[in-house]
Design a protein. Structure first.
Length: 192
């Protein structure tokens, strides 16, 4: 029951944020060296190693990561998100690329796909909104092909943060936040 309530909170939070999401991200991602451009370039570079096939972005949001992937790779993409309003933003941006993209309202913990179908799975700045990172990573493993590529990017808790300072701080900003994980924890989940 707690998970369902939390997912509703995430939906509500991003429904409200959708109006100015891209504008706000445009401000916070900017830096002298172009933080956004650098990160997107690294993601696209990793995705180019896949070649062709089918990609999946979890937490596609407004399409800020998926759109450059669609433009610059030979992959077709499925984007999944909990927020209808964020998906509407992404659909507007991807109108020209309808043949290479499909955006779905859905839950990362219960992906509506067969096993082993994606050549690439991308998840950036999303895992901390989900209540069970281990279960989500198991689901990612289920739908990703054996030789598939997983691109993951996330704000993590410092290994020495034993008091949960980052979680407390994030919850003052975002009530939709579930929890940050430590790099060692994510590594263990991925290895499992």
């Amino acid at each position: 029951m707690r998970e369902v309530i939390h997912k509703k909170l995430v939906q509500e939070y991003y429904s409200k944020r959708a109006i100015d999401y891209d504008r706000q991200k445009g401000r916070t991602w900017k830096a002298k060296i172009g933080f956004e451009a650098k990160i997107l370039s690294e993601i696209v570079g990793a995705a180019l190693t896949v070649g062709t096939g089918l990609g999946l972005e979890i937490g596609v949001g407004s399409g800020r990561v998926c759109l450059p992937l669609i433009k610059e790779t030979k992959l077709s993409f499925v984007g999944i998100d909990l927020s209808k309003e964020m998906l509407k933003l992404a659909k507007r941006k991807m109108t020209t690329y309808r043949k290479k993209s499909n955006l779905l309202l859905g839950d990362a913990e219960r992906l509506p796909f067969h096993d082993n179908i994606f050549n690439l799975l991308v998840c950036t700045s999303t895992l901390h909104y989900l209540t069970s990172p281990k279960r989500v990573l198991e689901e990612f493993s289920r739908v990703l092909k054996t030789k598939g590529v997983f691109i993951y990017g996330e704000v993590c808790m410092h290994e020495m943060d034993t008091s949960g300072f980052m979680d407390k701080l994030e919850r003052t900003i975002s009530p939709a936040h579930a929890r940050y994980t430590k790099p060692s924890e994510i590594q263990r989940f991925i290895e499992e």
